[in-house]
Ligand binder design. Structure first.
Ligand SMILES: [Zn+2]
Ligand SMILES: [Zn+2]
Length: 813
């Protein structure tokens, strides 16, 4: 069953992965691209006896499913949960976390007829997989059912009345179960356990929403006299107890010593060459390799260049397709992780083409796997992988979660997946029953990936990042207080549950007529339910509609629509190209027409930032670092047309769009003119230096806060009116903040140190997408001064290092 770890003894067969890797390293074409190989040693498993309280039938079924005895971490978490303590189990992929929570929860449901449990997964697919696992145990005393958007109305009533184990997601809890709690009263009265699986996925604004949903659930349960125990399962993250406690609002015990056995793994870091760089140009291809779909410059093709004629690296997907073909040609069962559905298809097709030249039979044994496949298609694929009929699969991260595939030899990860937790989760997919495995991280052309492949200690030597989110964000808190009041009037005693900002937020909602104070508490005044989109990013999304047919192609976040679907923008949807004929802001709809231009468009944007308040600050001589509230004003002022083939800009058009305002949190630093002069930065270079340092800092923050570079923004200026100094701001891209900028403030020395190293490590002459260019620059990546940025960061870091003892002053409020 999925997730229930195999207890087969670790056979230390390391031959396959080892030989494949050494062959790759010997391959002259690749030798220079492998920047590091980490040997991750094998680990022996530590099994312990089943706890005495465990239901004997359940134990028998788990044994039949291959779990002879629990590993120590499973038993420890199970014991805590059994004794009523909230617990988070944070161990690696395939460490059998599900036994850790199913053992206490199912035992309790079997022992107490009125007992109920909820299982929460971030996706419907994972909840359905989990349901299959539970059903495969054939426990007649457990009535398990999923409850989500796909559950037919006729079944919902049965679930409420009879199910003892409900598998659902935070969205359904928020929209269905909590608002309809009266119908769920018997269920909630008996609720003994809440399992939160894959809890490290709840981060950023979404994490804050889920944290508040958990507080609403606790409040409603308390009203029905129950106090469920929280059992959380997490990938390995930094400080899992802190994240779990923030998510649930209760103190959570941590079990994070993984006692499952693991085979040894060779983990290679791989950096594709700069195209046209000469020294590392691909030499004649090795067996089964291919240049197809690679976009690389052959002898008679122009070498692609980036913006402002910057050199670019060969795409991670093209390099991964070659690796896939080579590994499959070697008989190595390989999984390639890519980020998008389209990339999965492209990588599989390129590998098939490459293999087709060598062996058509091998080509037919490579497939794509992506989100959106039906459950039967997925199971078919999984079983063909298991039997070895399929040798190579290119997959989106849908395969990262809860899917039952084992028997893989190698994983190739095309681009850092955003968090170290995901990286290890993906790498952990390889390794058959204790055999040796190979993992390769192929860097994409951006500063974070560049940094990682040149700093193995950031991947292997340190604890992974913390899951960052901020449940005190007023923009998230307020609507959940409205939801809570509409579920049950809010009492004075309830406010503590919602954090220190709750009182002021409630008063504000009363002033605005959203809540009304009565002797029994605060009441929701409207007829309709409060409207909260827990996965949205503020404002209604803009619909993309084909003008001729009225067909809805997709939606675009309100926050990004101005720059992506303005009039004249080229819009790509599933490989088809359109041009935006009209952006109607009032109705939030963009009308597009099919076209096949040989150009693309890039919006020009003007961004201003105003300091509202600095709430935390530290001064290090000539350098100040701040965290606080800012108001960001964006205005898309025009766009450029660029040739697809050459990147050449051949047209500029103005646009008349209104400014957009965002009140959010930012981290910023200021430096004095003296420091700039001492660092040898001429005043003409200052704008380029701070702009380059800002881009790279945005690229590296995801290493410290679990965000994506698209979740944050930045502004740099040689002279800022509010600070009176040269200033660089990095802000959370969501109203009210998401916790990312605050994390940057707290880890500023490490963050800016990594930023400096990423820029310095890149071998390009004057800036490229791997270091200081940003794909989302509203200023066309101009001006950028790479060398001056390194000098600026060196001077800044020296000041921070030297000034730590003397002048640190913190005004935390
Ligand atoms: Zn570069
Ligand atoms: Zn920029």
């Amino acid at each position: 069953m999925a997730g229930v770890g195999s207890s087969a003894a670790a056979a230390q067969d390391f031959s396959r992965a080892g030989s494949v890797l050494s062959r790759l390293a010997r391959d002259s074409r690749r030798a220079g691209n492998i920047t590091h190989v980490e040997h991750v040693p094998a680990r022996r498993g530590q099994a312990v006896p089943w706890p005495e309280w465990a239901d004997p039938v359940l134990v028998g079924r788990l044994r039949a499913a291959g779990v002879e005895q629990p590993w120590a971490h499973q038993a420890e978490a199970a014991q805590a949960a059994h004794e009523g303590r909230d617990v988070v189990l944070a161990t690696g992929t395939a460490s059998g976390k599900s036994v850790g929570y199913l053992l206490p929860v199912l035992s309790r449901l079997l022992a107490e007829p009125g007992a109920r449990a909820i299982y929460l997964a971030p996706t419907k697919a994972l909840a359905h997989d989990q349901l299959r696992s539970v059903r495969s145990l054939r426990l007649t005393g457990i009535r398990a059912s999923t409850y989500d958007g796909d559950t037919p109305g006729s079944e919902r009533e049965w679930v409420r009345a009879h199910a003892t184990f409900v598998l659902t997601n935070p969205d359904m809890l928020h929209r269905g179960i909590l608002p309809g709690h009266r119908r769920w009263a018997p269920f909630l009265r008996g609720l003994r356990y809440v399992i939160i699986d894959e809890c490290h996925g709840y981060r950023g604004v979404f994490g804050a929403h889920v944290a508040l949903i958990m507080r609403r659930l606790r409040r409603v349960c308390a009203r029905y006299g129950s106090r469920p125990v929280f059992v959380l399962a997490s990938a390995t993250v930094a400080d899992p107890g802190m994240s779990a406690s923030r998510l649930t609002g209760v103190d959570v015990e941590v079990v994070d010593t993984d006692a499952s056995p693991r085979g040894p793994m060779d983990f290679a870091l791989y950096e594709p060459p700069l195209l046209g760089a000469g020294s590392r140009q691909p030499s004649p291809p090795a067996v089964g390799s291919t240049a197809a779909g690679s976009g690389e410059g052959g002898p008679d093709l122009p070498v692609p260049r980036g913006e402002n004629d910057a050199p670019v690296r060969r795409a991670a997907t093209a390099e991964s397709a070659d690796l896939l073909a080579d590994l499959v040609a070697d008989g190595t069962r390989t999984l390639v992780f890519v980020r998008s559905r389209r990339a999965a298809e492209v990588v599989a097709a390129a590998a098939r083409r490459g293999l087709g030249e060598v062996s058509p039979d091998l080509a037919s044994r490579v497939a794509a796997y992506r989100a959106g496949y039906l459950a039967e298609e997925r199971r078919d694929l999984e079983s063909r992988l298991r039997t070895g009929e399929l040798l190579g699969v290119a997959a989106t991260p849908a395969l990262e979660l809860g899917v039952d595939i084992s028997g893989l030899d190698a994983t190739v990860i095309a681009g850092f997946p955003g968090t170290l937790a995901s990286l290890w989760q993906q790498a952990g997919r390889a390794g058959r029953a204790g055999q040796g495995a190979l993992a390769v991280l192929v860097a994409r052309d951006d500063p974070l990936d560049t940094y990682l492949v040149h700093h193995p200690e950031a991947v292997f030597g340190r604890s992974v990042e913390a899951s960052v989110f901020d449940p005190d964000n007023l923009y998230v808190l307020m609507p959940h207080l409205e939801c809570a009041a509409s579920e049950l009037p809010l009492a004075e005693d309830d406010l503590a549950l919602f954090g220190p900002g709750a009182r002021a937020a409630v008063d504000d909602l009363v002033r605005r007529g959203r809540l009304r104070r009565r002797p029994a508490g605060w009441f929701w005044t409207q007829r309709h339910r409060p409207d909260v989109d827990i996965r949205g990013a503020g404002g209604p999304p803009v619909r993309i509609v084909e003008a001729g047919t009225g067909r809805l192609l997709g939606t675009e976040d309100a926050a990004t629509a101005h720059s992506t679907v303005h009039q004249g923008a080229v819009y790509v949807h599933q490989g088809a190209t359109f041009i935006v004929a009209e952006l109607d802001l009032e109705d939030a709809v963009a009308f597009v027409e099919a076209a096949s231009p040989d150009w693309t468009t890039v919006a020009r944007e003007h961004t201003d930032i105003r300091v509202v308040e600095s709430t935390r600050a530290a001064r290090f001589g000539a350098v100040e670092i701040h965290f606080g509230t800012v108001e960001v004003t964006h205005q898309v002022t025009g766009f450029q047309r660029r040739r697809l083939a050459t990147g050449e800009v051949f047209g500029r058009e103005p646009l008349d769009l209104p400014p957009r305002h965002l009140r959010t949190r930012a981290v910023w630093y200021t430096v004095t003119d003296d420091l700039l002069a001492a660092a040898g930065i001429e005043s003409a270079d200052v704008p380029g230096a701070v702009h380059a340092a800002e881009h790279a800092a945005i690229g590296l923050l995801p290493l410290f806060a679990t965000c994506d570079r698209w979740d944050i923004g930045g502004v740099s200026t040689a002279l800022h009116p509010d600070t009176g100094l040269t200033s660089v701001f990095v802000y959370d891209g969501h109203a009210g903040g998401a916790g990312f900028a605050e994390r940057g403030f707290e880890r500023v020395a490490e963050w800016l140190g990594a930023t400096r190293d990423a820029v310095a490590a890149c071998e390009c002459p004057a800036g490229c997408p791997s270091c200081v260019q940003s794909p989302k620059c509203g200023n066309g990546n101009e001006p950028l001064a790479k060398a001056a940025a390194v000098r600026l960061l060196d001077a800044l870091l020296a000041a921070v290092d030297g000034g730590r003892q003397k002048t640190l002053e913190s005004r935390q409020e």
